[in-house]
Design a protein around this ligand. Structure first.
Ligand SMILES: Cc1cc2nc3c(=O)[nH]c(=O)nc-3n(C[C@H](O)[C@H](O)[C@H](O)COP(=O)(O)OP(=O)(O)OC[C@H]3O[C@@H](n4cnc5c(N)ncnc54)[C@H](O)[C@@H]3O)c2cc1C
Length: 378
């Protein structure tokens, strides 16, 4: 049992994209920061690994990528209906493919170099506010962290921070599965393939590999007693295009799995704890924007914290500005993403489109709506 006590200005719970990038930005400005991460680096994470182009400036500026050509550029999109019908279009502004193994590790290295203290393999169990206004964070190992500011960046399952419980896999929750595969496929293409109760995505990442990732409602998996292989063989293979892919692929890594998550906007602040990334709101992966929103949250919170520590704004002003960003920007994008996902998953829309004979309507709608869920560079 490690029992230590630390003092810092900002304690960030969760060393994913949001937590690490916020820590990196603050440390570069001389603010003492600690990140608590329950796992270690580098490691795989369940993610489609397509990052929208809106993040490119930030990724270049911070040194996460050296040039735009470091990773596969993806600028064509194909939507495959569950019956195998396909529609494709250019993807504007597109994005790049980068594995979470590489990306999270790169930011970890940048943050460490900038002076962030990162505690790995330890879990934040509780956060509480002390009489003097500071936060006390108790870690599983017995370590205690005192901080002036606490940021919850523990991802889509952040509720477990308040109760030391595993996220509940209820009927409405989702599960996700990822593989790295080899596949004969164009590198500039991303394919989204629908199946009953879920959808899969496939696109290139580094080293000539492809990320094949899917998500579906947990109750569909329950019918297969949690057996992923059986689920894939029965549910995914019903889509002839996914069936072809599964026959052609060679699995390099995986399956990696995650479960018990929900989508939607949550909050930017609660009990003076600030939320960043998926912890504040989780956009459905259909739009490929969760990673960009995690970075964007960090980029928005960073100047507010700087001003606060420099005495230029007080705590109430920081909270109200950050909440305004959440309500007026983040919430809208997440709501658009949810709407888009519901539309794509609703079998009624297929029947309508087929009956109306207008097979071009759906992709057109999808493109229009996906523009709403995509943001400007930051
Ligand atoms: C199936 C699926 C596919 C996706 N595909 C895409 C895609 O193609 N493109 C895209 O842009 N986005 C995608 N996303 C979304 C994207 O993965 C997230 O939006 C992004 O990872 C958010 O970053 P984050 O830092 O908020 O959370 P995370 O990256 O989840 O990081 C949170 C971190 O907190 C740690 N943690 C949790 N609890 C504690 C605790 N109590 N103490 C200490 N540490 C803790 C976790 O270990 C984790 O490292 C996908 C998500 C899923 C589920």
């Amino acid at each position: 049992m490690r029992e230590k006590s630390f003092h810092t200005h900002v304690a960030i719970i969760g060393g994913g994209l949001a937590g690490l990038s916020l820590a990196y930005l603050l440390a570069k400005d001389g603010i003492p920061v600690m990140v608590i991460e329950k796992e270690d680096y580098p490691r795989h994470k369940v993610c489609g690994e397509f990052i929208s182009r809106e993040s490119m400036d930030f990724m270049l500026r911070s040194g996460m990528v050296k040039t735009e050509d470091d990773f596969p550029l993806i600028n064509r999109f194909e939507l495959v209906f569950s019956n195998g019908n396909k529609h494709s279009c250019d993807l504007d502004p597109g994005g790049i493919g980068i594995s979470r193994f590489t990306l999270d590790h790169k930011i970890y290295q940048l943050a460490s170099k900038a002076g962030v203290i990162i505690i790995e393999n330890d879990k934040a169990n509780t956060i509480s506010k002390q009489g003097n206004g500071d936060f006390l964070i108790n870690l599983k190992s017995g370590t205690q962290i005192n901080s002036k500011v606490a940021v919850a960046a523990a991802g889509r399952q952040s509720t477990s921070l308040y109760k030391d419980t595993k996220p509940k896999a209820d009927k409405l929750s989702w599960f996700g599965v990822k593989y790295h595969i080899e596949l004969p496929m164009d590198v500039d293409l991303i394919r989204i393939m629908m199946f009953e109760g879920g959808y899969a995505g496939v696109s290139a990442v580094e080293n000539g590999r492809y990320c094949f990732c899917y998500l579906a409602k947990t109750d569909h998996l329950k019918k297969f007693k949690g057996d992923i292989t059986q689920f894939e063989n029965v549910m995914l293979r019903k889509n002839p295009e996914i069936n072809k892919l599964l026959n052609q692929r060679t699995i390099i890594e995986g399956p990696f799995t995650t479960s018990g998550f929900h989508f939607g906007y949550k909050q930017m602040e609660q009990d003076d704890i600030l939320f960043c990334g998926d912890a504040g709101g989780f956009i459905p992966p259909l739009t490929g924007n969760g990673m960009s929103l995690a970075f964007r949250n960090a980029v928005n919170l960073h100047p507010l914290l700087l001003k606060y520590f420099r005495g230029e704004i007080n705590w109430e002003k920081l909270k109200s500005d950050y909440k305004r960003y959440g309500e007026s920007y983040l919430k809208k994008r997440i709501t658009s993403g949810e709407f888009l996902q519901n539309l794509a998953l609703d079998p009624g829309i297929y029947i309508q489109t087929i009956l109306s004979g207008s097979m071009t309507l759906f992709p057109f709608l999808l493109k229009k709506l996906s523009n709403k869920a995509t943001g400007k560079p930051f």
